[in-house]
Design a protein around this ligand. Sequence first.
Ligand code: BJW
Length: 266
Amino acid sequence: MVTPGPAAAVASVPGHLLRTVRAARRVSVLTGAGVSAESGIPTFRGAGGIWGKYDYTRLATPAGFSEDPRLVWEWYRLRQREIWKARPNPAHDVIAAMEMRFEDFHVITQNIDGMHERAGNRKVIELHGNIWRMRCTRDGTMIGIPGPVGEIPPVCQCGSLMRPDVVWFGEALSPAVLEVASQAARESDVMFVVGTSAVVHPAAALPALTKDSGGVVIEVNLEPTDVSTYADVSFFGRAGEIMPALWTLISSPERFMTGHPIIRDR
Ligand code: BJW
């Protein structure tokens, strides 16, 4: 069987959706671990995923941190080293280019790796924090981390333990951050949902806000997710291939497309 390449796959996008995306003013992209997979940063679930190898209750919960802060920091230092070596991939690059093209654009990411910023995005809403920040467990003092941490566990000037500035299971997301993300989702003419299993809430509910407000949802993932049940279109393939192919289609001048089968209405 011949599998269609990414260009052929995106060429099946209905003409009216393509026109909607081209005319869109307010666009958002919700990303998950899959967008960074081709940069060599592991995803959480599925084959080779982090949670298949590590116990999240010990590493990504407040109770796990209280129990063994050194272990948790060892794990974050390991991931910092991995992320430090990684480079943004073509999917990150396209998402950075989108910010230049659309008037009102937001990246809403569940990732803590800072790769969107490294690719050039400036309007990034980080739902689950950032691995390159830590905060004091006593007074909340925030400190940027310029590279993988050395001594662990890091300690604040006040003598208290520092923790990674990320959101663990059972912890509330920042209400302000969640409100900005929800508003962006509700106001988006188009939301792209890239590389997320869409199982972790409240992030997983954001695409439905776009859909319920009359916006278009376009999904890019290796496999179907809950979002696929209501997305206007889902592309199944690698984000680093599908996103550039989609971007070529979206940014090609309409006049070259006249009469082309890809803008035919279905
Ligand atoms: C590709 C690809 C390629 C691969 N190209 N695609 C029951 C119902 C609803 C909610 C709950 C519930 N039980 C418990 C909850 C709450 C819980 C939750 O949602 N749990 C679910 C698992 C059921 N949520 C929380 O606890 C949240 N907080 C909360 O609800 O607070 C309430 C509260 C209110 C008031 C007071 C107190 C509390 C917090 C969630 C925090 C999540 N944290 C983590 C760790 C962050 C830090 C860190 O990274 O170290 O966030 S867990 C992990 O999952 C990480 C991710 O951001 C998050 C989402 O994962 P993501 O990004 O979707 O990755 P994967 O691996 O799941 O999927 C990758 C996808 O990419 C796959 O689909 C692949 O196919 C695809 N892919 N390669 C394209 N090349």
